[in-house]
Design a binder for this molecule. Sequence first.
Ligand code: 5GP
Length: 195
Amino acid sequence: MKLMEEKILREGQILPGDILKVGSFLNQNIDIDFLGDMANEFARLFAHEGVTKVLTIEASGIAIATAVGMKLGASVLFAKKHRTSNVDGQPYSAPVHSFTHNEDYEVLVSRDYLSSTDRVLIVDDFLANGQAVNGLFSLCEQAGAQVVGVGIAIEKCFSGAGDKLRAQGVHLESLAMIESMSEDNIVFRREDNSR
Ligand code: 5GP
């Protein structure tokens, strides 16, 4: 998605540890016009997958998932990162290693909100080593739900997780694909879907 690449080049900041900061439009301050563009693009790319539920992880995935859910007419579910009184009983859970915080945590969803009748689109802001997405896959597997696609705003291709998922036959779509990045340069991978 050309717009995403332009936005990253204009507003993104590269921090130590291969972190791309996109707080000005995606991770803290949310550009709602741009969010609408992203949602339209994801809705176009996954229009034929019969999505019933959009699944993400708190917190930065929620805005994107909500916008996509509204476009696809699907409900939106986010996995929590902490056991709170809101997560009752024996939730589905999976371990995840956080890329940005370099620590382990659990992703959790109540059994009430994910079931074997769901056709799930997993959505997240970034794909790096694939830990977050794999955790969400595990939750779906535990619920017997079918994952019909994965939509990522920004894929860091140099981590290899995206290509691994594609090789496994996962319908993965990333709005921007970063082949390499250094302090003063970002190289994008271009695929057929780029607009
Ligand atoms: P993974 O689990 O694929 O290794 O990393 C994806 C998760 O880590 C995403 O949920 C995202 O929040 C975070 N993440 C990974 N790389 C970046 C990055 O470069 N910038 C930001 N802001 N978050 C990232």
